[in-house]
Design a protein. Structure first.
Length: 305
């Protein structure tokens, strides 16, 4: 009889599943203290206020692009367009060669992105898989280029490319950015996570360096490549100083230079400026929205081993 009462699993045994004493403990855990609920609500309100502060300028850029000049210049300015109009976009396109400059930005940013992906893949593969003397020292010198400010090499680059006759050309816009130490570093860290056994198995199967790189290694590192592509494209898209000094005609300038032209005194219409900014924001917003998960996955690759 005593054994039956103390048998594990009996309803009256201490700590047994389904014991009546466990019900009050579970109920106590479910209770939420009023102070903790208020603290959680305060945190959410603070996060909401921060989100609205960050998103409001973006909203007003899109809203102002469809407003009339009197709505933007009024006091207080309108927050919602009363009559949606597309005259700002047509005016911005006719004020400067914005369509040509938009195409220039797409072409230049796309070429820089493709070139940096290609050169970074090759350099990272060489640092990881190819035999090399003083590998660490060479890689350290390679990374040291990240410490050189871009402003210190602008004038030498400008004099060199102008001497070669590449000023005001697409080659002049793209050539200084064909390689990147950051991209090489990011891909090297990702390639180092590749198991050496699989590399040996591919070599036994007759896969050379080129086949192993493009058939096996690159497909397995797509998140990192996507993150690098998004980063490089956004950096190239937002360039201002280099296109400003290397180009001389409006037809060769990029979109960022065209937006600065809209701010001239003789064209000072805030609606035109906002319309041009909207056109400039569309590719970047699309990349951030759809490529955010690739950025997070790519930049955290190798963080946990």
């Amino acid at each position: 009889m005593t054994a039956a009462l103390t048998e594990p699993g009996a309803s009256g045994a201490p700590g047994a599943p389904g014991a009546p004493a466990a019900a009050p403990a579970r109920a106590a855990r479910r209770r939420v203290h009023p102070r903790s609920a208020l603290a959680k609500a305060a945190v959410y309100l603070l996060l909401l206020a921060a989100a609205l502060t960050v998103l409001f300028p973006v909203y007003y850029v899109f809203a102002g692009a469809f407003m009339r000049p009197d709505e933007i210049a009024g006091y207080p300015p309108a927050l919602v367009p009363h009559a949606v109009t597309g005259r700002n976009f047509s005016g911005a396109v006719h004020a400067v060669p914005l369509v040509r400059q938009y195409a220039n930005s797409v072409l230049v940013a796309g070429a820089i992105t493709a070139a940096q992906l290609f050169t970074s893949v090759l350099a990272a593969y060489a640092f990881v898989f190819l035999p090399m003397r003083a590998r660490r020292a060479v890689f350290g010198l390679f990374l040291a280029t990240l410490m050189v400010p871009w402003e210190s090499v602008v004038i030498p680059n400008y004099l060199t490319l102008s001497g070669w006759g590449l000023g005001n050309t697409y080659f002049g816009l793209v050539l200084p950015f064909l390689a990147s130490a950051f991209g090489t570093f990011l891909l090297r860290q990702s390639f180092r996570q590749f198991p050496a056994e699989l590399r040996d198995a591919a070599r036994i199967d007759g896969a050379g360096h080129w086949r192993f790189l493009w058939r096996i290694l690159v497909p397995l590192n797509r998140p990192v490549l996507a993150a690098l592509a998004v980063y490089v494209f956004l950096s190239a898209w937002n360039q201002y100083f280099w296109p400003l000094i290397i180009t001389r005609t409006a037809e060769m300038q990029t979109l960022q230079i065209g937006l600065s032209t809209l701010r001239d005194s003789e064209m000072a219409d805030p609606g035109l400026i906002l319309a041009g900014v909207v056109l400039s924001l569309l590719p970047t917003l699309a990349l951030v929205v759809f490529g955010q998960r690739f950025i997070v996955r790519g930049l955290t690759t190798g963080a946990v081993r």
